[in-house]
Ligand binder design. Sequence first.
Ligand SMILES: NC(=O)c1ccc[n+]([C@@H]2O[C@H](COP(=O)([O-])OP(=O)(O)OC[C@H]3O[C@@H](n4cnc5c(N)ncnc54)[C@H](OP(=O)(O)O)[C@@H]3O)[C@@H](O)[C@H]2O)c1
Length: 326
Amino acid sequence: MKTSVVRIHRHGGPEVLQYEEVDLPAPGDGEVQIRQTAIGLNFADTYQREGEAGPHDGGAMPIILGGQGAGIIEAVGQNAGTFMAGDRVAYISPGAYAERRNVAVGRLLHLPAEISDQVAAATLLRGLTAEYLVRRLYKVKPGNTVLVHAAAGGMGLILGQWAKALGARVIGTVGANSKIDIARAHGCDEVIVYTGEDFAARTMELTGGTGVDVIYDGVGKDAFLKSLDCVRPMGMVISYGTASGNVGQFDLQLLHRKSIIVTRPTLRTWIAARADLEAAAAAFFEAVISGKVRADVNRSYSLRDTRRAHEELHSRSTTGAAIIIP
Ligand SMILES: NC(=O)c1ccc[n+]([C@@H]2O[C@H](COP(=O)([O-])OP(=O)(O)OC[C@H]3O[C@@H](n4cnc5c(N)ncnc54)[C@H](OP(=O)(O)O)[C@@H]3O)[C@@H](O)[C@H]2O)c1
């Protein structure tokens, strides 16, 4: 069978994304074949396109980009467990920019009736990331004050709402005035436009000179060092993303004065065990179904238009989550 995909033959900017037809074999042992109805778009897809070393390394060329999607199972291989043709499923697994694809059942989840394919494809990866960030890596609780960078972004909208639902006071940073209301509508009690204001000084002011309990930093280079200035003693700075670039080397002694805890996690390790994947997904789906977290899909692109989707992600003009429709 043939299928349409978006893949790269070399690393580079959005121009290296190619819409092509490829052969798709029958699903192998422990795999199913999915007709995808929606594909997720994540900042991490741009790292894979650019050839970033680390967990986003896509292996040998050509590489089909993308990390999450949803759809209907059309064929099952041997040992597909509880997965059957006709099931509605979603997954987090490399190689998502495709009309049809094979996925290992170990990474596959059945979708509850209340979660649409679009919402699952747009938010599963970010939702499961937010789950480990607010419930496991740092357990947000009533009385905490948290700082969420890029609070109107894909991760930011979920983190702000979930931290708020767990009882925290949420301070968010955004890059433009146009994003203030969006951040406020998604959990933020206070919003700082960090392109015009010193966010560390303002955060210290908002916390009466104490600093916040935890900082969720998906921005990296432009925000990390300054974040050390506005976390409370023994607080935690979670450098979970690098939208503005890698943090690079820094002086460990900067943590000494306040006994700051710094961590650089990846979702992969937090859902590597099947039990953890299922528990994280159940918690995220519950948060969405109960209304604690609104998982909106703000933009949609066709598979042929993936270059534009990447350009817009780099432009810093987007808010919330987007999908690609095959
Ligand atoms: N570690 C993990 O487990 C994990 C999992 C998921 C995602 N992530 C990471 O989290 C980060 C956010 O992911 P996302 O998909 O939700 O993206 P996103 O937040 O929708 O987009 C990135 C946001 O970062 C801000 N930003 C600041 N400086 C920027 C710059 N120079 N270029 C572009 N954006 C800049 C922008 O918001 P403002 O204009 O408001 O600043 C932008 O909207 C990414 O680095 C991603 O890889 C990590």
